[in-house]
Design a protein around this ligand. Structure first.
Ligand SMILES: [Zn+2]
Ligand SMILES: [Zn+2]
Length: 253
């Protein structure tokens, strides 16, 4: 499986791009920087988008992406998301006030965008890649995903505080190659992390004790003002599985 990191929310200054990954060139996982991280030509090859939740840092490039592919794609772009995420995006983004409602353009029968509602535990197969949503713990209803392709399995999570189902899956799915985990704030901002349901190096390392397998754990979603401190605090944690997800890098699993 080819995983291209268009945005990890971990880059510094002008290079900081919001969360967005490209799976096998055809499916975007979150859309925080789909238009910043990919040429228009390559955007037009994206057939589907899978969203974790509605927050801006995971959805803000959607309007510009739709504009770039509008009328050029063979079919509508499918946006796969949970019911409450879909509701929030339709209400707050594609609402004609913030941006045109592309689910009704150019017309109701042949729209440019179609929303497909995901339910936890029920997989969807996109370009031979299987995404199975599971609930994590964040301010709004949020999914992580078990992602399977060619015998390799990834457990992907973006925004979450301490959580349960993710670790049950990470300890049981066959072919696990890596786990991806939020580490948004440094330890001095523990209270903010707890209130906003994110992790710090402290709570991330507590979470990692639940993982019984020896696979790489990629940290991402580092808030830019915290990056230096997070890296220093993570370096002091004695766990060889930990690494950082590098923006702009392509991973093969
Ligand atoms: Zn969020
Ligand atoms: Zn986020």
């Amino acid at each position: 499986m080819r995983l291209e990191v268009l945005g990890s929310y971990g880059g510094e200054s002008l290079e900081c791009r919001m969360t967005c990954l490209l799976v096998n060139d055809r499916v975007a996982l979150d859309a925080g920087s789909l238009t910043q991280g990919l040429s228009v030509e390559r955007q037009r090859k994206v057939e589907a988008i899978v969203l974790t939740h509605s927050h801006m840092d995971h959805t803000c490039s959607l309007p510009f992406f739709v504009e770039n592919v509008y009328g050029r794609s063979r079919d509508a772009v499918d946006i796969h998301a949970g019911a409450s995420t879909t509701y929030a995006i339709r209400k707050n983004l594609f609402n004609n006030a913030s941006w045109p409602d592309f689910t009704r353009l150019p017309n109701n029968l042949l729209p440019s965008v179609q929303f497909k509602i995901l339910e936890q535990g029920i997989p969807v197969v996109l370009g031979d890649v299987r995404f199975t949503p599971f609930p994590v713990d964040h301010l709004v209803p949020t999914f992580g995903y078990v992602i399977e392709y060619g015998g390799s399995t990834l457990v992907w999570s973006s925004d979450t505080g301490p959580t349960v189902r993710l670790w049950e899956l990470a300890n049981s799915v066959p072919g696990l190659k890596a786990v991806f985990l939020d580490t948004s704030f440094d330890n001095s901002l523990q209270q903010i992390a707890d209130l906003s349901l994110h992790l710090t190096p402290r709570t991330m390392s507590e979470e990692l004790k639940k993982l019984e397998r020896d696979v790489p754990v990629y940290l991402h979603h580092l808030k830019p003002p915290c990056i230096e401190q997070i890296r220093a605090e993570v370096a002091a944690i004695d766990d060889s599985r930990i690494r950082f997800l590098e923006q702009g890098k392509v991973y093969e699993f």
